[in-house]
Design a protein. Structure first.
Length: 181
């Protein structure tokens, strides 16, 4: 498995992977109405992460089979379709970095791909001087994050159009920052 930084050229592949991942891996956790609303209004590529060099893809046999990233910006979740303004930078001394937008190809699920990407994200955030990580987990993603030591700090329902509610969990994990002297 190769974990590498995503590029702008990867976006068309990611735009196909994300809905497929959401539809298949969220079944049993969310209704089809919730999944489709989340695909339209929440799940998607956040191109700022790619431009920042903080979004990773996993390749197996030359094919992208997973993606996920971390962020030094305020946005906690959602793709480009959720943004309406500039996404300001976080202060690594006082604010947690974000873990963002993990999606795995359903044919490659539960083979350690998400684990390898999260390790890369945590290491990069630590190297950038952050001392904690925040994320918003979907119900199917929550077990992965719990396995890596993230704890639920808040549960909430995200209100989507047409009165669709999407249950989510905000989670946090402290990390030891890397200080370059």
């Amino acid at each position: 498995m190769l974990i590498r930084k995503a590029t702008i050229e990867d976006i068309p592949t990611l735009e196909r992977l994300i809905p497929r991942s959401a539809r298949e891996l969220s079944a049993g956790y969310y209704t089809s109405e919730q999944i489709e609303a989340a695909i339209v209004h929440v799940f998607g590529v956040d191109s700022q992460l790619i431009l920042d060099g903080t979004y990773f893809v996993a390749e197996m046999e030359g094919r992208i089979v997973g993606c996920g990233g971390w962020s030094k910006r305020r946005t906690l979740y959602g793709g480009d379709q959720m943004k309406s303004a500039i996404d300001p930078l976080l202060d690594a001394r006082t604010e947690p970095a974000r873990i963002r937008a993990f999606f795995i190809d359903p044919q490659w699920a539960r083979r350690g791909i998400g684990s390898q990407i999260i390790k890369a994200c945590e290491e990069a955030a630590r190297d950038a001087g952050f001392s904690a990580l925040d994320l918003v987990a979907t119900l199917p993603g929550e077990p992965l994050y719990k396995a890596f030591g993230y704890e639920v700090i808040e549960r909430f329902d995200l209100a989507l159009p047409d009165d669709v509610m999407l249950p989510l969990a905000r989670m946090r994990k402290p990390i030891t920052p890397q200080h370059n002297a």
